[in-house]
Ligand binder design. Structure first.
Ligand code: CMC
Length: 429
């Protein structure tokens, strides 16, 4: 007999089916609870609510495990490439060489963006945050490819949108930076792999040759892989929720980009670096900032610390910390911010406040150090996160569509006024 749980309500027994995942995570299926009892469940921030069944990413926050399609993040970060991981996430299996070549070539062929997209850049203020431009221009792709909004796309058309999005985001991302700097925009080069092409578009000038450093290409691949998916986090849930209304892939991902920009989510990587710079400017006394983070009357939080699901360690942070050491050593960079970061980490890891609350460095704590070392400006950090997270968003959007999930529509517990009569304006006090 299938396992079920019994809920006793007003002396009446209600049976709730138990759902078990392949990693033995268990859930009560409350889908029929309201019909059976009139009750809904309340879980602010969805801290304990499974919104979907998904076969893409497995995460165990207590054990510090992260796997894409079953493959450990440590192995993928060490042995794979970002494009191969993107294929894995989106299509569910590691590609053969022919499949990988085809996927990679297709992406390369679609990196050019419509010339009219260039003109949109002129409409933004020169100091616009790159994330504002990125989300707007990704959404604008629905205007350039109007057929993408159809809810009944064939598999071929969906694949074409996937390829277009994977390809064009790197050009748009690099152009947001170039545009902000007032530099000429670089067109993509088809002779380069994904990460090399992105670096070329970011850092090359018509006036001088830009040498693509394979160590930087390798570090970038690693960073993008580590960010590629993270199951039902805020931006991914946003992508799925928007997509559940049959909104287009471009529109749904644009919404996800906005969610990611929030400082409690992907925007934290920019905040971490700004925090480290502020500590440095203040004289470098990390204990002062640890004290501020613990002070309940101070809104300051240690950015890059804590995570909604990792309550032991963030496996991505472990890999990134080592990558940061390697990149800095390879490039011969002695970054004083890294020392502040290390001091902060050491102090926090031995402090009762952080231990009690299980607050450990997360993925964003060290990623900024690497981005800085490879020349990415601080304002672009969250754009880099978006670039990395894109295959995850695509995979989750596609899975949601293929599983024909219903439109997302949470319930609420209303706490406002009960019914009252309208009062004309001259009778109001
Ligand atoms: N510094 C100081 N105290 C903290 C921090 C922090 N970074 N994070 C959580 N706390 C405290 C918080 O004040 C609360 O204390 P108390 O129980 O005394 O009220 C307790 O720890 C639990 O915090 P919470 O806000 O209920 O935890 P949450 O699971 O809702 O929030 C978080 C998770 C990531 C939003 C939060 O830890 C945070 O704001 N961290 C800093 C921002 C950050 O680094 N975000 C990036 C997350 S990783 C990238 C990604 O996947 O998006």
């Amino acid at each position: 007999m299938a396992e079920s749980a019994e809920l006793i309500l007003d002396g009446k027994s209600i049976s709730l089916p138990v759902i078990e995942g392949t990693e033995h995570e268990k859930a009560f299926d409350i889908g029929k609870l309201r019909d059976q009892t009139g009750y809904v469940t309340l879980d602010s921030g969805y801290k304990n609510t499974g919104a979907t069944k998904s076969a893409i990413t497995f995460l165990d926050g207590e054990e510090g495990i992260l796997r894409y399609r079953g493959y450990p993040i440590e192995q993928l970060a060490e042995q794979s490439s970002f494009i191969e991981v993107a294929y894995l996430l989106i299509y569910g299996k590691l590609p053969t060489q022919a499949e990988l070549d085809n996927f990679s070539n297709q992406i390369t062929k679609h990196t050019l963006v419509h010339e009219d997209v260039r003109k949109i850049f002129d409409g933004f203020p020169s100091a616009a945050h790159p994330m504002a431009i990125l989300s707007s221009l990704i959404c604008s792709l629905t205007a350039f490819y109007p057929e993408s909004v159809s809810p009944d796309l064939s598999k071929e058309d969906t694949d074409l949108n996937v390829i277009r999005l994977m390809a064009k985001i790197s050009t748009i991302a690099a152009w947001t930076y170039k545009n902000n700097m007032g530099h000429p925009l670089n067109y993509p080069r088809n002779d380069l792999d994904y990460c090399s092409n992105f670096l070329y578009m970011m850092f090359s000038f018509p006036t001088e040759k830009y040498d693509i450093d394979p160590r930087i290409v390798s570090a970038l691949n690693k960073l993008l892989i580590l960010h590629a998916d993270h199951e039902q986090n805020c931006s991914t849930s946003t992508v799925r929720l928007v997509g559940s209304a049959n909104a287009s892939l471009y529109g749904s991902v644009s919404a996800g980009i906005n969610a990611l920009w929030g400082p409690l989510h992907g925007g934290a990587n920019q905040e971490v670096l700004e925090m480290l710079q502020a500590i440095q400017k203040d004289g470098g006394d990390t204990s002062k900032f640890i004290a501020k983070a613990k002070d309940k009357n101070d809104s300051f939080r240690l950015m890059g610390f804590g995570h909604r699901v990792y309550k032991n360690f963030d496996p991505r942070a472990k890999i990134i910390k080592k990558a940061a050491d390697d990149v800095l050593a390879a490039l011969g960079i002695d970054d004083p911010l890294l020392k502040i970061a290390q001091e902060l980490e050491q102090a926090a890891l031995t402090d009762e406040y952080f231990i009690e609350r299980k607050l450990y460095p997360n993925v964003d704590f060290y990623s900024g150090i690497i981005y800085r070392a490879i020349g990415i400006p601080t304002e672009m950090f969250t754009v880099m996160f978006a670039l990395g997270r894109l295959p995850g968003w695509i995979a989750q959007w596609k899975e949601m569509r293929e599983n024909k999930e219903p439109i997302g529509r949470p319930r609420q517990i209303y706490t406002g006024e009960t019914e009252r009569d309208y009062v004309s304006i001259d009778a109001r006090s």
